[in-house]
Design a protein around this ligand. Structure first.
Ligand SMILES: Cc1cc2nc3c(=O)[nH]c(=O)nc-3n(C[C@H](O)[C@H](O)[C@H](O)COP(=O)(O)OP(=O)(O)OC[C@H]3O[C@@H](n4cnc5c(N)ncnc54)[C@H](O)[C@@H]3O)c2cc1C
Length: 457
């Protein structure tokens, strides 16, 4: 099936149907977004689901936790991810808003491209958004998963897998072993699954990397009840004499704004409040300086460095155990400025559901699952790495036809600033609501190229 159709099937908003119980105990390693979503899916197909998480998840409040160090940074939920949350947890959106997540009033967001403000046509109706801090969103998902009668949590560190022949039969934990007739590795970007496989005579998945050298700094500010600008995003593309920078501020729970300034390579915001303010004033549109110099800062500036985007090529492995899959960042983690990570993890859960609903032969490796995950990873990877390849310090790997694709993408992006139809189609792709091949449809391309050419004239 073409990737675009598969992508459409996986990103469906339709509620799941058919709940055949195939498993006694499914074990999910890692209790963050990917693990929680996988557990929700597995709860339809297993008598018991056990989530193994090394962090203490019973701490009060929704502060960032050690196992998810990126949790203090701005986290945007793409519309496709929101669809999946609504799909798997009916009523989630309303509950999240009631608990404090924010859907800003229409047309109070500002978007700058290369210093120019985009003027949205008045008829445009933006999709509903759900904006919050990352720990807050995760805690809401966790609450819903905790409420499932056949899911339990165990605080432990996963240290390996137990095998019976070529099938996974359990997990090794720091405090002993747990039997499992299906295991999901959702331990994130630093997953050790490859090492565990190798230690048991299986090949390790190849890891593809793109060095991005991304530097983030995030600070929180008090937000008035009705600000004139609720959120603002600024994208400065690289070019002669120009420095690539992305920044943004968005409203979150607790009447706060979370504000990000980022840089690449040697352009490295530090933890100093004055440096943060100076960057807001000098390197970003005036709205940034306005918030950073007039609103009360809450807490410290927190920085984060991500060296690369990476993906593990599970779909290429000729030998792989049965009753085992990986999900979320354990498979692929992207440049976070595109906000794809949590949504990808949610779409992996959708792929898991397709696999388990498809009457799988559990004695064989879950190849159809990994094929579906590849469709999702390819889509996100294409969008994020194509943009990153334009950064002067990024040196590949380049896809075939890179120069032509880059030229076309540039025109589409420019056209999107002037034309609502182009903007909507591009928006669907960046929101992971549509596969990137939607941007290669002949009628769309002709329109975008014509408008893009006029924009550069
Ligand atoms: C700076 C930054 C900003 C980001 N911004 C966005 C954004 O705007 N939007 C977006 O969608 N995504 C964003 N992301 C990506 C997002 O954070 C990840 O894609 C997402 O958290 C992936 O979820 P996960 O469950 O796969 O992994 P993680 O969230 O990393 O969770 C892994 C879990 O596994 C647990 N674990 C690890 N090892 C073990 C073990 N051995 N035993 C038991 N438990 C273990 C950890 O404690 C943790 O709970 C950003 C990432 C970064 C770095």
């Amino acid at each position: 099936m073409p990737a675009a159709r598969r992508f459409a099937a996986l990103s469906t908003s339709e509620p799941p149907t058919g709940q055949q119980v195939l498993l006694r105990q499914a074990v999910v390693l890692g209790g963050s977004v990917a693990g929680l979503m996988a557990a929700r899916v597995l709860s339809d197909h297993a008598e018991q689901v056990l989530i193994v998480e090394r962090d203490d998840l019973d701490l009060p409040g929704d502060e960032p936790r050690l196992g998810v160090p990126q949790g203090s940074q701005v986290h945007a939920l793409l519309p496709s991810g929101l669809n999946q949350l609504k799909r798997w947890f009916p009523g989630f959106y309303e509950e999240a808003l009631a608990a404090g997540a924010v859907n800003p009033p229409p047309r109070t967001n500002r978007f700058y491209l290369d210093g120019r403000l985009r003027q949205d046509p008045p008829s445009e109706s933006p999709p509903a958004a759900l904006i919050s801090s990352r720990p807050f969103l995760e805690s809401l998902i966790r609450q819903r998963v905790r409420a499932l009668p056949n899911v339990r949590f165990l605080r432990a560190r996963a240290e390996g897998l137990v095998f019976e022949g070529d099938a996974v039969a359990g997990v090794r934990l720091d405090g002993g072993e747990e039997p499992a007739d299906f295991v999901v590795d959702a331990t994130g970007r630093s997953s050790r699954l490859g090492d565990w496989l190798e230690a048991n005579g299986f090949p390790k998945p190849e890891m593809k990397r793109m060095g991005i050298k991304l530097n983030y700094a995030t600070a929180l500010f008090r937000r008035p009840a009705n600000p004139s600008v609720w959120s603002c995003i600024s994208v400065a593309n690289p070019g002669p004499g120009k420095v690539a920078r992305i920044g943004g501020f968005t409203p979150i729970e607790g009447d706060r704004w979370t504000m990000l300034v980022s840089g690449y390579a040697g352009d490295r915001p530090d933890r100093d409040d004055l440096d943060f303010r100076r960057r807001c004033v000098e390197d970003f549109p005036p709205e940034f300086g306005e918030v950073a110099t007039t609103a009360e800062q809450v807490g410290e500036v927190i920085t984060y460095h991500q060296a690369d985007s990476r993906r593990r090529e599970f779909h290429r492995l000729r030998r792989f155990p049965s009753r085992l899959v990986a999900a979320g960042d354990a498979v692929a983690s992207f440049n976070p400025v595109y906000g794809q990570g949590m949504t990808s993890a949610m779409l992996h859960a959708s792929a898991l559901s397709e696999y388990l609903r498809g009457d799988p032969d559990l004695a064989r490796p879950a190849r159809s699952y990994f094929a579906d995950v590849k469709v999702i990873v390819d889509a996100a990877w294409q969008v994020s790495t194509m943009a990153d390849l334009a950064l002067p310090h990024v040196d590949g790997p380049y896809p075939r036809g890179y120069k032509a694709i880059q030229w076309i993408s540039g025109r589409i992006f420019k056209a999107s600033m002037r034309d609502q139809r182009v903007n909507q189609q591009l928006g669907k792709v960046t929101a992971m609501l549509a596969h990137p091949s939607a941007l290669a449809e002949p009628r769309f391309l002709a329109r975008a190229l014509a408008i893009g050419a006029r924009s550069t004239a």
